[in-house]
Every structure is written in structure tokens, then in C-alpha cells.
Write a protein that binds this ligand. Structure first.
Ligand code: FAD
Ligand code: UQ1
Length: 438
């Protein structure tokens, strides 16, 4: 049977893409994802291995400091303050690929980009973040697009809706949700609620308002020390806390939000009328991690790495950092900072013919803003161990911690973290505790 011209062309393109040496460019380090983790590791790798030896694959034209989105939603910072052009902050000497990574081939040490280009590597660092799945809640995307009273701080295109929605609110039901999935910054869905409550109190709408925090969890926060403080905040503000409720559908025409009652044996749901709705959206490991010649994820869909070294459990020259990994700690930029030094030490160890010696302890931190002037700075490591930096009771709401979050952290992020010079506050913690702590 004769092949059609079209088929011959396809076979030719396939051959060129897959077997031509010219299309496979080799790098010492390939970084998949140039967000917080990718840029921080990319900067270290560029310093270590020099110009042209490090590739960073990042499709986004703008890099966002996502932790600022809580303050953007609260009207404290402008959206433009939260982002810079990616090209302006890429590490000097790296080779940027403004593309989506599409496929992994860990047995051949290659990755394929969306445009068909192939890169090979000595080391691959996977830093793809967590995926936001709006489609897991029926009607959510339509509501975010068309209803000015529905918002989320979790996405660049919708965070700009949050403060206008808070300002526009004239009373009624204000609902804040937390999903039934892993999330980044588990405090974010409630931080914005506390700011909104403060705003509505100051603007005389609080008396006409019922605030609901509908969370799929059985607790307000995973670390008991901070959960106890947050429960006092919830009570003081008169917030109605509904545990084990998971947002299932939003009908913006009817202004209703329907929740699965997770402990109901009969699979019951509850529908609420909303006048304001802030959604903590469902999230998951990035789908692209499943496009691999052999599995690189665990059964939960996150990159399967060792929690202390960040090294992949099956492929020793692959490392993972941040929200896309299965490291059992809270998914935050603070966690990325604290593990980045350990991860990079592992790469240097391997270069020296040794096993990675990283000892990341799971440090993570969540600045839990409780109003426009106060913040509880939660700091903890694996198994909920408390790791507070300052010699103060950090479970208390404090003005100093609010300033740290609003004024200090962005400076650390832009000028130290992204350049690979911030390993978290571990050293400062030791100094402040006169060497007498963890
Ligand atoms: P990201 O920074 O999300 O980077 C992932 C990158 O991968 C992105 O740039 C993306 O474009 C890229 N990518 C995705 N798919 C592909 C692909 N196929 N190919 C190539 N590249 C791809 N953390 C704190 O420490 N403190 C806080 O106060 C805090 N508050 C937060 C508040 C909000 C509202 C949000 C949303 C987050 C907050 N965080 C906070 C969490 C913090 O932003 C993340 O944990 C952190 O950014 C994780 O870094 P990462 O590198 O793993 O992922
Ligand atoms: C932190 O290290 C970090 O990474 C840059 C954050 O992300 C923005 C944080 O929010 C916090 C709180 C920390 C921890 C830093 C200190 C000084 C306690």
C-alpha cells in the first residue's frame, strides 16, 4: 500500500524530532519550571556550573510573588507589585526556554518541550508547582468569569477581583471555602477572610453579615498550636465554622454554592445562598508529571522524592522542589527556601561522586494574617514540630509579624530568594535563641 504524502511528511518530522542529534541540546542541569523553586535552584546552578550549562523551562512571561496575592486581595498591595517580567529575573547565564515541558523520559535523561524540542541533562530539577483545577467544581469557572461577587486569590486572572468584591459587599452571606485536596499555602483561604471581616467591620457592614468558613478539613489549621489561636480569632469575629464541607458546585445565576457534607453516610449536600464567595480551589500534582516514559509520581500524583534530600526515589539524577513534590510538609515558598540548600548540596555531592547529604527537616512557614495589622507567624517542620524563629510566643497575633509579612518578606524574596541566597531563617533562629534550639 502506497503511503500518502502527508504520512511521509509526518514520519519525516517524527524522525527529525526524535532521532536528530541537532535537536537534542545537552545541559548540565535542566530546571523544569521557573517559579519560586526553579529560579532559586537555577540561580545556584548557574553560579556553580557557569554560562550556558543550565536550562530553565518556563512558559510564563510574568513571574508572580504569589504570597503577595493575599495582600492584593485585601487591597494592601497592587497587583502590579506582585509580578515582574520573567526575563528580568532569570539567572544570568542560564538558557531560558519560554515553553511548556510536555514529556519526561527519565531513562534517557531527556525532556521534550511542547514545540518538540528535546533537552538532555546530567541533572533534572523538577519545580512545576501545583495545578489549580477549577473544573473540579461545577460552574466555578463561569462564576469566576461572570459574577463580580465570586473571587479567588489563587490565580493571577482572578485575584484582581477580590478587593473590589470585598468593597462592593453590602451584607448578607459571605462564604470562604477550603478544598478537599492538597493545597499551596493552606492558610491563604482564611487569611483573606480575616482581612475581609476587618474591612466590613470598619465600613459598617459587619452587622448585616454572616461569615462562613466552609472547610473540607476537620480542623481550622493542621498544627494544633496555631489552630488553638485561630479558633479564638474565629470566635471573636463571630465566624460560622463548618467543618468537613467541600464545595461541589456554584450556580452564579441563582447565587448558590453547594457543598458535599463529607461525613454524611448518605452523601448529602448543603446549598447556601451567597452574596460574596471566595474560593480555595481544588489542586493536584501537575498532569504533565504523568507524561513520562516510566512513572515518576507516587500514587497521589506528586513527584516521588526523598523528603530529606529531595532526590527522586528511582532516578538519582532527578531532584524535586516545592509544591509538585510529595514531601510531607506544608506547600509554601518558605518550604522551598528551606529545602533549596539541601537539594543543591545533593547535586554538588553527586558531582563529587558522593551520595546526596541533604537533611531538609520539612521547615515551612505560614504568616496567618488575622486583620489589617496583625499576623500569627506559624513555623513548623515534619510531624508538626514547632520551629519558631523569634524568641517570642509566635502563636499570638502580632503587629511585628504583620510588618514582616507585608514589608520584609517581599524584599527577601526579590533580592535574596530568587537569586538563590535565601535558605530560610534557620541561621537567624539559632542566633536569636543563642544557639540553644533546633
Ligand atoms: P511555583 O512558584 O508555582 O512555580 C511553578 C512554575 O512551573 C510556574 O512558574 C509555572 O508557570 C511553571 N510550569 C507549570 N507547568 C509547566 C510546564 N508544563 N512546563 C514548564 N513550566 C511549567 N508561601 C509562603 O511561603 N508564604 C505565604 O505567605 C504564601 N502565601 C500564598 C498565598 C497565595 C494566595 C498563594 C496562591 C500562594 C502562597 N504561598 C505562600 C505559596 C507559594 O507561592 C508557593 O508554595 C510557591 O510559589 C511554590 O513554589 P514552586 O516553585 O513549587 O511553584
Ligand atoms: C520564608 O522564608 C519565606 O520564603 C521566602 C516566605 O515566603 C514568602 C514566608 O512567608 C516566610 C514567613 C518565610 C520565613 C521567614 C522568616 C524571616 C521567619
Amino acid at each position: 500500500m502506497a503511503l500518502s504524502t502527508n504520512k511521509v511528511a509526518k514520519v519525516f518530522v517524527h524522525f527529525v524530532r526524535n532521532y536528530s542529534a541537532e535537536t537534542t541540546k545537552h545541559y548540565k542541569v535542566v530546571v523544569a519550571g521557573g517559579g519560586s523553586g526553579g529560579l532559586s535552584i537555577g540561580a545556584r546552578a548557574c553560579r556553580q556550573f557557569g554560562v550556558g550549562n543550565v536550562a530553565i523551562i518556563e512558559p510564563a512571561k510574568v513571574h508572580f510573588y504569589q504570597p503577595m496575592w493575599t495582600l492584593v486581595g485585601g487591597g494592601v498591595k497592587s497587583f502590579s507589585q506582585s509580578g515582574v517580567p520573567t526575563q528580568d529575573i532569570l539567572p544570568r547565564g542560564c538558557k531560558p526556554y519560554n515553553q511548556y515541558l510536555q514529556e519526561f523520559d527519565p531513562e534517557r535523561n531527556t525532556v521534550t518541550l511542547k514545540n518538540g524540542e528535546k533537552l538532555s541533562y546530567d541533572y533534572l530539577v523538577v519545580a512545576l508547582g501545583i495545578q489549580i483545577n477549577l473544573n473540579k467544581v461545577e460552574g466555578l469557572e463561569e462564576a469566576l468569569k461572570h459574577d463580580k461577587n465570586v473571587c479567588t486569590n489563587y490565580l493571577s486572572e482572578y485575584v484582581v477581583k477580590t478587593f473590589p468584591a470585598i468593597q462592593d459587599f453590602r451584607g448578607g452571606n459571605a462564604i470562604f471555602t477550603f478544598p478537599n485536596t492538597p493545597v499551596k499555602c493552606a492558610g491563604a483561604p482564611q487569611k483573606i477572610m480575616y482581612m475581609a471581616e476587618d474591612y466590613w467591620k470598619k465600613h459598617g457592614v459587619k452587622d448585616k453579615t454572616k461569615i462562613f468558613y466552609n472547610t473540607s478539613l476537620g480542623v481550622i489549621f493542621g498544627i494544633p498550636r496555631y489552630a488553638a489561636s485561630l479558633m479564638k480569632v474565629v470566635e471573636r469575629k463571630g465566624i460560622i465554622l463548618n467543618k468537613r464541607q467541600n464545595l461541589k458546585a456554584v450556580d452564579h445565576a441563582k447565587k448558590t454554592a453547594t457543598f458535599d457534607l463529607l461525613d454524611s453516610e448518605k452523601g448529602e449536600t448543603q446549598t447556601y445562598h451567597y452574596d460574596f464567595l471566595h474560593v480555595g480551589p481544588p489542586q493536584s500534582g501537575p498532569d504533565v508529571l504523568k507524561n513520562s516514559s516510566v512513572p515518576i509520581v507516587d500514587e497521589t500524583g506528586f513527584l516521588d522524592v526523598d523528603k530529606n534530600t529531595c532526590q527522586h526515589v528511582k532516578f538519582p539524577n532527578i531532584f524535586g522542589i516545592g509544591d509538585c513534590t510529595n514531601i510531607p510538609t506544608a506547600k509554601t515558598a518558605a518550604a522551598v527556601a528551606a529545602c533549596s540548600g539541601h537539594l543543591f548540596r545533593g547535586i554538588k555531592d553527586m558531582e563529587a561522586g558522593k551520595k546526596p547529604s541533604g537533611t531538609y527537616n520539612g521547615y515551612s512557614s505560614c504568616p496567618l494574617i488575622t486583620d489589617y495589622h496583625h499576623c500569627i507567624l506559624a513555623e513548623f517542620a515534619f510531624d508538626g514540630q514547632i520551629y519558631e524563629t523569634f524568641p517570642l510566643d509566635q502563636s499570638k497575633e502580632r503587629r511585628t509579624m504583620y510588618h514582616l509579612k507585608r514589608d520584609v518578606m517581599p524584599q527577601i524574596y526579590w533580592h535574596m530568594f530568587l537569586k538563590g541566597y535565601w535558605n530560610g531563617p534557620g541561621t537567624y533562629r539559632k542566633i536569636m535563641h543563642l544557639g540553644m534550639c533546633c
